[in-house]
Every structure is written in structure tokens, then in C-alpha cells.
Design a protein around this ligand. Structure first.
Ligand SMILES: Nc1ncnc2c1ncn2[C@@H]1O[C@H](COP(=O)(O)OP(=O)(O)OP(=O)(O)O)[C@@H](O)[C@H]1O
Length: 309
């Protein structure tokens, strides 16, 4: 996928809970400086993968490499360069945002000046003296991120960081992730079950379905794959008649109703040629249009294809 050395790589990662295979042959490739969107429906194995990457679970087989080194052999040193937000952050509700950061800062042995820095990065400077119990869910997530940023990690692992946030909270988190990448040089692996979320922020995407990676690449590659799924929709009097009259143009079309046909879109010229041929054959055109399925639909298609394999 990339020629630069990878910041995070898994090779043939397998994991089982008891006899049940949860992850199979996961080969993640996360390039430095990327925002890698780890996308999959609920239960696909995103959280389990994150836990493996953090050394919280042990793989049944396979290797995890962080910063070019084997996690199993250099666990403590490598994980000291990783910040994580895995579930809702555990905060002391009666303490202020600043006090919450300070407690964790002392545990990390980081300099006192870092507290104000991380609060500033996550945009909580103005709310730093309010108790955490007064924070919105979005502010709590950002405070959790501030804690994760204390040791200035190179890699951030964020499991569904926008889950449960309102649209405003989602936008703030998105802006924050972009700043962390662009201004602070962080590499970010973030999971989500919503492609609409990933699409707005990720540079790379990995799609996981039922414990298998079914797509991995740059976001434009996924979008290209998506563009290739555009369809021509035709509404006429008799779909069957049109198909019989124009086998060279409509032979591969799918009947979606007695009067509707659908076929893969190849070019604008294809649509124009089809319109001319229908008119020449004396068939009415009630509507003829190229239609792009939603990106959500492509994502589902990817996962359905893999399920069928
Ligand atoms: N402790 C456990 N014991 C047995 N099975 C588990 C356990 N934890 C998770 N699983 C199963 O592992 C699979 C993957 O779960 P995981 O939480 O990694 O999925 P996910 O993609 O993160 O989904 P979600 O967004 O719903 O958390 C699911 O089928 C889940 O039921």
C-alpha cells in the first residue's frame, strides 16, 4: 500500500475467544502521518483488534509491529509511544478538567506545563476549571484524549471516539483529529461503524467484516471502487420488451420491476446511446438516469461480498 516504513503493521493476526474465531488473518498497514479509519459493523472485531494492539489481549497467531519493532518483545517501550481512548474515559467527576489531567500527568511523571498544553490542544482551556460532571459527552471524550496525549505519543488508537456524540461534538472531534495529524504530527487509528464519519476525516481505510479485513487502501481507492458501482436506471413501458429489442445494450441489465431496468453505468455516452436506441425502437422513456449508490451502500456491498466468499 505504501513505500514508507509502516508505523503499525500486523501480520496474519488471529484471535479466538474460546473456540470461536474472532479475528482471522488481519494484516493492517498503517503509514506514519495517516488517519487510518478502521471501519466495520458492530461485532466485526474492531475493539478486539485495538485491544490486541495495546497488548491487552494476546493473539492466537500472527505478529504486531509498532514503530518497526515486535510488540511481544518490546511491549512496555513501544506502548509508551501509544495513546489510547478505548472506552468512555474514566474521569473523576468531582474534579475539574484541569485536576483530572493533573492526576494522570503525575502518574506519567510528565512536566506540569504539559497539563495546559494538552487542554489547549483539545480545546478545553476555557472549561478547564469546571468540574468534569458538568462536561458534555463530547467534552468528556476530548478530556479523555487530553489524558492520552500527556506523554506526547506518536500513535493514537481511538475506538469509536464519536460514538454517542451530537453533530456538534462529532464536528469538534473531527477537527481535533485533523489538527492532531497536521499540526502535531500524530498518526491516528480510529474505528467507527459509520463510513460517513470515516470518509470525512481518514486518509486511509481498512474495512473489517466478521473478523476479516475485506478492504485496505487510501480513501480515494475506496471512493473509486464506489464510483465504479454507479448504475443506469431506466423506467419504460415494458422492461422485458426493451431488453429483447436491444440485447447489445440491455442484455446484461437487471429487471428491477415490470417497467424498470438497471445496468452498470460506464459513461455518459452509454446513456445517450441507450436513449437514442430506445427512441429508434419506439420504446417510451419515462425516466433515464445514472445513479450513484450511497457510500454506505458500497461499504455494505463490500461486507456482503466478503460474507459470500
Ligand atoms: N469477552 C468476550 N468473550 C466472547 N466473545 C467476545 C468477547 N468480547 C467480544 N466478543 C465477540 O467478539 C466479536 C468481536 O467483538 P468486538 O467488540 O471486537 O467488535 P467491534 O467491531 O468492536 O463491535 P462493536 O462496535 O459492537 O464493539 C463479537 O462477535 C463479540 O461478540
Amino acid at each position: 500500500m505504501t513505500t514508507t516504513p509502516l508505523l503499525l503493521e500486523t501480520q496474519g493476526l488471529h484471535f479466538r475467544f474460546g473456540k470461536r474465531a474472532i479475528l482471522q488473518d488481519i494484516n493492517l498497514q498503517v503509514a506514519p502521518g495517516s488517519i487510518y479509519g478502521f471501519l466495520g459493523p458492530n461485532g466485526a472485531g474492531k475493539s478486539t483488534t485495538m485491544r490486541l494492539l495495546l497488548g491487552l489481549l494476546r493473539p492466537a497467531a500472527g505478529r504486531i509491529q509498532l514503530f518497526g519493532h515486535d510488540l511481544a518483545q518490546h511491549r512496555v517501550a513501544l506502548l509508551s509511544r501509544v495513546g489510547a481512548l478505548i472506552e468512555n474515559p474514566s474521569l473523576y467527576d468531582h474534579l475539574t478538567g484541569r485536576e483530572n489531567v493533573d492526576v494522570t500527568r503525575r502518574l506519567h511523571g510528565v512536566s506540569p506545563a504539559r497539563t495546559a498544553e494538552v487542554l489547549e490542544i483539545v480545546g478545553l482551556t476555557n472549561s478547564a476549571n469546571r468540574p468534569a460532571k458538568e462536561y458534555s459527552l463530547g467534552m468528556r471524550q476530548r478530556l479523555g484524549l487530553a489524558l492520552a496525549l500527556l506523554p506526547d505519543p506518536d500513535l493514537l488508537l481511538l475506538d469509536e471516539p464519536t460514538n454517542g456524540l451530537d453533530p456538534n461534538g462529532i464536528m469538534e472531534m473531527r477537527g481535533l483529529l485533523q489538527r492532531l495529524r497536521q499540526e502535531h504530527g500524530k498518526t491516528i487509528l480510529l474505528s467507527s461503524h459509520l463510513i460517513s464519519e470515516i470518509e470525512k476525516v481518514a486518509t486511509h481505510v481498512g474495512v473489517i467484516q466478521q473478523g476479516r479485513l475485506v478492504f485496505q487502501g487510501r480513501l480515494p481507492e475506496l471512493q473509486q471502487l464506489h464510483a465504479g458501482r454507479a448504475q443506469v436506471m431506466l423506467e419504460t413501458a415494458s422492461a422485458d420488451t426493451c431488453r429483447n429489442l436491444l440485447p447489445h445494450l440491455l442484455g446484461g441489465a437487471m429487471l428491477t420491476g415490470a417497467s424498470t431496468l438497471q445496468l452498470p453505468f460506464t459513461s455518459q455516452n452509454q446513456v445517450a446511446t441507450l436513449a437514442e436506441a430506445l427512441v429508434a425502437a419506439g420504446q417510451p422513456i419515462y425516466s433515464l438516469r445514472a445513479e450513484q449508490p450511497s457510500l454506505e451502500d458500497t461499504f455494505l456491498h463490500l461486507t456482503e461480498t466478503s460474507a459470500a466468499l
